[in-house]
Design a protein around this ligand. Structure first.
Ligand SMILES: Nc1ncnc2c1ncn2[C@@H]1O[C@H](COP(=O)(O)OP(=O)(O)O)[C@@H](O)[C@H]1O
Ligand SMILES: N[C@@H](CCC(=O)OP(=O)(O)O)C(=O)O
Length: 375
């Protein structure tokens, strides 16, 4: 099917060598794959990693640095090299490329997100190919925790893509990291994200990779809840990417959720910046995660942070496990004051607009489906 809007993410492991430095042949190869989609009439966006891995040797670091300002310096050098290589590769194929560097606040701030969206729309209208990476030089948190897998899913949701293709050095998601367990079995298709999947998805496979399979599963959660189908796999021969788009690629396909989240819930779940935490007991965990209920004061153990009504807070269980995020109707001090009380008692003690601390319509769980062991 032509005329689809397609986001492709290429990981550092596919573009650079472990010793550092850009693999220009690989850049040429991927440019050919993307150009084929472009020429077939699709709108193509590229989310590329590799800036740090491409740049660190030029600055004299022997291995990919771990200290933040060194990573940022490496990314600043490598990003220029990366774009230069893409410019050359796409120029010969008659495609104009555009650099877009984003950080998480560019998504959490609605105005900035709309600006990015409008720019991308205009570029696609003019048949240019947007090339997106994190703005590593300013994004301290992103370098510490971030990865381009989540970024690509946020981009796919932002532009309402028809598909997200995360390309890596492994031909799909396996029941364990195949580098460690050669007998691991590949998942061809994943309909729901289970806790089991989060458990088997391990870290990066090489010294240049960052997020590993774990961050690809997190990206899957964001994309699926945004209604975007996802592919995670390997593209190494000419035509592989077109095959992946046609549904016959070497990788794992994730179905998009039939009930994609409203833009408000997407904001709560993925883009907002939580202002505090609420710790809940087992009963509240079951109510939120399995029964689709709201959070009531009776299930609360404690609260931390300085949050106010309307803020987004994280909810964790007594083991500290993140359950999800929601919009609180109570300030932090109010949650502390009513923790563990029945709804009748709460209404007698304090004045609040509604008894629910987080209403189920403003709640997003951190996984799509929970397993029975959480029932
Ligand atoms: N369950 C799993 N299935 C497949 N690969 C896995 C799994 N767990 C961990 N991995 C590792 O994830 C790596 C891919 O992620 P990463 O190294 O971050 O690559 P990229 O730079 O392409 O993002 C693979 O090389 C593999 O070693
Ligand atoms: N913005 C960073 C991305 C790092 C990253 O996420 O790497 P990867 O796990 O290879 O996708 C860079 O360009 O080096």
């Amino acid at each position: 099917m032509s005329g689809q809007r397609i986001v492709v993410k290429i990981g550092s492991s596919s573009l650079t060598s472990e010793e550092g430095g850009l693999n220009r042949e690989q850049v040429q190869f991927f440019a050919g794959e993307l150009a084929a989609l472009h020429q077939a009439g699709h709108q193509v966006l590229l989310v590329t990693s590799g800036a740090q891995a491409a740049g660190f040797r030029k600055l004299g670091y022997p291995v990919k640095p771990k200290i933040i300002h060194e990573k940022q310096a490496a990314a600043a050098v490598g990003q220029a090299l990366l774009m230069q290589a893409y410019q050359e590769a796409f120029l010969t194929r008659g495609i104009a490329v555009a650099q877009i560097l984003l950080t998480r606040p560019d998504f959490s701030n609605r105005g900035r997100a709309q600006n990015a969206q409008r720019t991308i729309e205009e570029l696609l209208k003019q048949r240019a190919l947007p090339i997106i990476n994190e703005n590593d030089t300013v994004a301290v948190d992103e370098i510490k925790f971030g990865d381009n897998d989540s970024l690509s899913a946020l981009v796919a949701n932002l532009v309402r893509a028809d598909g997200l293709y995360i390309l890596t050095d492994m031909d799909g998601v396996y029941s364990a990291d195949p580098r460690k367990e050669p007998d691991a079995i590949k998942f061809e298709r994943i309909e729901v994200l289970t806790d089991e999947l989060y458990r088997v998805a391990g870290g990066a496979g090489t010294a240049v990779g960052t997020g590993g399979m774990r961050s690809k599963i997190e990206a899957a959660r964001i994309a699926m809840q945004g209604g975007v189908p996802l592919f995670v796999g390997r593209v190494s021969e000419p035509g592989d990417l077109s095959d992946a788009v046609a549904g016959t690629g070497r990788g794992t396909y994730f179905a998009s959720s039939h009930h994609s989240l409203s833009s408000k819930k997407q904001w709560v779940g993925f883009l907002s910046v939580p202002q505090g935490r609420i710790i809940v007991d087992n009963g509240a965990e079951t109510a939120l995660m399995n029964n689709g209920r709201s959070l009531l004061p009776a299930g609360v153990i404690a609260a931390s942070g300085d949050f106010h009504p309307g803020d987004v807070v994280e909810v964790v269980n007594s083991d500290g496990r993140l359950l999800g995020r929601g919009v609180t109707h109570y300030a932090a001090w109010q949650v502390t004051a009513v923790a563990g009380l029945s709804s009748e008692e709460v209404m007698r003690r304090i004045e609040v607009a509604r008894v629910e601390i987080i209403h189920r319509d403003e709640w997003v769980a951190s996984t799509i489906v929970k397993e029975a062991d959480h029932a």
